[in-house]
Design a protein around this ligand. Structure first.
Ligand code: ATP
Length: 367
């Protein structure tokens, strides 16, 4: 059992700064949980508290039903892969991977067998006699992972292990780590500020901001149903468009008034938004929910908005189109690459009114 539980965990550093604030998080056995959020949000602090490298100021941490607040790092049955890899430069790859097993007094023959098996799994058998400086970035990353694997821990902790790799290697390493997670069948807790890593690798993702957990769910749920404006804006590239708006009754139906537009609310959502405590809201729509009229997929509920096209970025598989509404508000859309669209052009773009989000303006929570 390698379930991990954070119960009301807080971290206040000596200077009084609260880096993690009342964190409650249950990580299931065998889960690949990704902790994601902007720089400084408290991800690394959370991971270091779980590793035992940082004391916790309040609350409890449990690993496999054991409270580990006062258990030393080496007795926590975890292995951590650091962003810097932290390989010992004077040791060979083999020695780096064998080091922790040596410390535990494991017999030499077993160490050899475990290192060989991990090296084989990671495709680094041919590198075992090299020193870290004789390795590429990608190879070092694998050695760092190998060093964790040989320990056969109940929980793997990884702190931005791919951030030193170039873009192409990162994509490959992402897939390798996901595969590794499946084959090891062990709990992974993975920290990143990269939303693509979070979305593609996590069985669930936990989004943090300013020391506070914002939402935990499967990646597609967090993306499709963000709980607040922060989560909605953090995931997705380009980010979700936001417009200040007001809920209003018009001809016996609730509508959204924003940016000189009157957006009808689908029948199925009328009841939900009528219950809103306050008419001041934020309307959110993702760039991919805005369409060019010539490339409308089936099943959407189009609403035409007058747009003046600004910058157009051809990306190959799509075009990123910046545009302004009649009242001057700037928005961005991801448009079908076949659409003829150029800077300065005026046309109607189409919002899909089945795919918008509404947040309460004061609390920024979803309605
Ligand atoms: P990054 O992605 O940049 O690594 P992070 O989300 O991992 O960021 P943490 O390293 O956990 O963030 O830091 C959270 C906050 O705590 C930051 O504002 C940081 O400046 C602060 N912090 C970290 N270590 C200390 C410390 N020893 N004393 C005081 N404040 C600290």
């Amino acid at each position: 059992m390698a379930k991990v539980v954070f119960e009301q965990v807080s971290k206040r550093y000596e200077n009084g700064f609260v880096a993690v604030n009342h964190l409650n998080l249950d990580i299931d056995d065998r889960e690949f949980l990704v902790l994601v959020g902007p720089s400084g949000c408290g991800k690394t602090t959370t991971l270091r508290m779980l590793a035992g490298l940082e004391d916790i100021s309040a609350g409890n941490i449990l690993i496999g039903n054991t409270r580990v607040n006062d258990v030393s790092p080496k007795d926590r049955d975890i292995a951590m892969v650091f962003q810097s890899y932290a390989l010992y430069p004077h040791m060979t790859v083999f020695e780096n991977m064998a080091f922790s097993l040596d410390l535990k007094g494991i017999p030499k023959a077993e160490i050899r067998q475990r290192v060989q098996a991990a090296a084989q799994q990671l495709g680094i058998e041919a590198l075992l006699d090299r020193k870290p400086r004789q390795l590429s970035g990608g190879q070092r990353q694998r050695v760092a992972v190998g060093r964790a694997i040989v320990r056969n821990p109940a929980v793997f902790l990884m702190d931005e292990p791919l951030s030193n790799l170039d873009a192409k290697l990162r994509v490959q390493a992402r897939a390798e780590l996901s595969k590794l997670h499946q084959s090891l069948g062990t709990t992974f807790v993975y920290v990143t500020h990269d939303q693509v890593e979070a979305m593609t690798m996590g069985t669930r993702i936990a989004v943090m901001n300013q020391g506070v957990l914002q939402q935990v769910d499967r990646p597609e749920r967090v993306y499709e149903a963000p709980q607040n404006v922060f989560v909605a804006g953090f995931l997705g590239s380009p980010s979700m468009n936001f417009l200040n708006a007001t809920l209003q009754e018009e001809n016996a139906a609730l509508v959204i008034k924003t940016a000189g537009l009157t957006l009808p609310i689908p029948e199925s959502l009328q009841g939900r938004y009528r219950a809103a405590p306050n008419p001041a809201v934020i309307f959110g729509i993702r760039p991919e929910s805005i369409y060019h009229p010539a490339y409308l997929p089936p099943g959407i509920e189009p609403f035409a908005v007058g747009a003046t096209v600004g910058v157009v970025e051809p990306m190959g598989h799509e075009r990123i189109v910046y545009f302004t509404l009649a009242d001057g508000q700037e928005l961005v859309a991801r448009i079908d690459p076949r659409a003829q669209i150029s800077s300065g052009e005026r046309l109607d773009l189409l919002f899909d009114l089945k795919r918008f989000h509404l947040f309460e303006r004061d609390s920024e929570q979803v309605l």
